[in-house]
Ligand binder design. Sequence first.
Ligand code: ADP
Length: 486
Amino acid sequence: MKLELQDSSLLKTQAFINGEWVDGDEGNSFAVSNPANGEQVAVVASVGQAETRRAIDAAQVAMQSWKALPAAQRSAVLEQWHALILQNQQDLATLMTLEQGKPLFESVGEVAYGASYLKWFAEEGKRVYGDVIPTPQTNRRGIVIKQPVGVVAAITPWNFPNAMIARKVAPALAVGCAIVLKPAAETPLSALALAELAKRAGVPDGLFSVLPSADARAVGGEMTSNPLVKKVTFTGSTPVGKLLMKQCAETVKRTSMELGGNAPVIIFDDADLDAAIEGALVSKYRNSGQTCICANRLLVQEGIYDAFVEKFATAVNQFQLGEGFDKNTTHGPVITGKALTDIHAKVENAVAEGATVVTGGKPSDLGGNFYEPTILTGVNSDMRVFREEIFGPVAPVFKFSTEEEAISMANDTEFGLAAYVYTQNLGRVWRVSEGIEYGMVGVNETAISSEVIPFGGVKESGQGREGSKYGLDDYLETKYICMGGL
Ligand code: ADP
């Protein structure tokens, strides 16, 4: 696929620092390739520690006048950015499919989804309310105000190259912070195009810098140690999140961490089978299984198990693997050859331990980074597919008999991001929803994410919430002012 954009100036290959497009100080660069065929899409500037420091310095300066503006003025800039993103939705989607591999219709959807965070926080940023607290003393009042936390550093992954950025940048800017961003090296083009549109929308220089880099440690090291940075927000793997939290401890930075998941989809005998299958299909295979809230473990009650597996396999066999620009494609490749190898190793581990491959089970004949949509039965909790995040199109279907067993299996993991429950029994809905240790629970629904809800996890899936009114708190400090002598 040749790169065809309506507005070719959205293809940016330099870093965006303090409102300027620049190369890295050392002249370093890295290649971005199309996961569907390995072809090089672009060569992008790679920055390091010094450029990161300059971006942070610029952010600190830019933020002073930005935070002093009335919220409505900040909101107007975000609204403008939102409008430009939607005007350029097709181009942004094209860039995304090129660098990420997801089907074009999913990229188009993600661009709108990302934009929705700008709109939401443009509005919500006007509602940063404080409080007045009656005190034990009659001549005092306690006042609580909320202030922007300060310069924010963000590190984002490749699975949602647009939306994971918008989720962080929108609330940060809305409340008066500045933000410096390191996008994933696999997908910097979506981030850089967003920066170009931010500039056009009137986001002041320095307020939003984008630092593409092949040296994540250098950029991350500066972000987590620089005393001007007051908050680090990260979406990615649990090991990297833990490392960043450790690094942030030195200067006691606030952190928001959206880390790995191991989502169960618990399907009871009394569930609407067709709804459960549809939900599980979307949740498991969307983005070829590469979302942090993807179903990782299907837990199906014994009475419905065989019927579920049969119908589920029939549906999975309808998928069309292929290039994201092909109109017939329902599912794209996984991101890299390494990801493919990791996914296959988990399947091989399960098979070696006695699992049965119902469909798929190996890299696709299409070659490249394509993996066959896979269903495994005969699986158990000792296998890697139970313990680890698969992050690929592989569905292990586990069997349980009682509600207690289902809750215990769901909780038998260090992760706690999203979980899903299918049942028609109202009492069970409450017992299970309250009994499982997850930040988000979908009841008879797996498409749970949107800008209006608090997205985030518990346990080793992280802390902090993105989206909704709660999402503002992650970018605000609470200040208490004691008004005395009244
Ligand atoms: P994934 O498996 O999704 O690639 P990672 O956690 O490795 O998850 O990557 C998510 C983001 O974290 C990417 O932008 C990546 O470049 C960045 N990253 C990886 N390692 C580090 C590190 N040591 N310091 C800072 N950022 C890192």
